[in-house]
Design a binder for this molecule. Structure first.
Ligand code: 2AM
Length: 171
């Protein structure tokens, strides 16, 4: 069964800005996540069968929250998981609302979520020890206009992500 998650998937302009961030990180800081894999997870769903996925997609179609600007302006490291992350200092209310709605439709479709508090972040590198100096990293301004359902495929070389579906946010 496919492993799925709802995510914010960077558009071309945002990915260009993320490339600048990746280029600012010292190469010895950990194992860099490939540029095309960078994303923000809204809700990790785990393994989901086809029938539930169909229901989930129909329910996600009903989500009507608004577009927002996301400023990714802080960098840090979680020691336990070894993740070097880029994150917003301020979480826009509209992002919080979107996550609530995504969690609701997932639960209503029969998916058990892990219930951990939402910490929006982009994983930039794994097996990282120390974050680089904050002021060496450019901020990213992301105009978030949609959200996506993504499949995670694990290869021995690392994860590969496939966007299955995408829904626009409202003006
Ligand atoms: P991470 O990048 O911070 O590890 C696909 O695996 C996405 O879902 C990743 O963004 C990952 O976050 C996130 N995720 C959240 N909970 C997860 C879990 N229990 N197992 C795997 N990935 C999880």
């Amino acid at each position: 069964m496919p492993r799925l998650f709802f995510a914010l998937w960077p558009d071309d302009d945002t990915r260009k800005q993320l490339q600048a961030v990746m280029q600012s990180i010292p190469p010895n800081i950990g194992r860099a996540v490939p540029l095309e894999n960078l994303h923000i997870t809204l809700a990790f769903l785990g393994q989901v069968n086809e029938e539930i996925t169909k229901g989930l997609e129909a329910a996600a179609n009903q989500i009507r929250t608004q577009k927002f600007e996301l400023k990714l302006d802080t960098i840090g490291c979680w020691r336990k998981s070894g993740i070097l992350w880029l994150a917003p200092v301020d979480i826009p209310e509209k992002l919080g609302l979107l996550v609530s709605r995504v969690n609701e439709v997932s639960a209503a479709s029969g998916i058990t979520l892990d219930g951990r508090p939402f910490k929006p972040h982009i994983a930039l590198a794994r097996k990282a020890g120390m974050p680089p100096e904050r002021d060496q990293i450019p901020s990213v301004i992301w105009q978030v206009e949609s959200f996506t359902l993504v499949e995670s495929i694990t290869h021995h070389t690392g994860a590969q992500y496939r966007v299955l579906d995408s829904w626009p946010l409202l003006n």
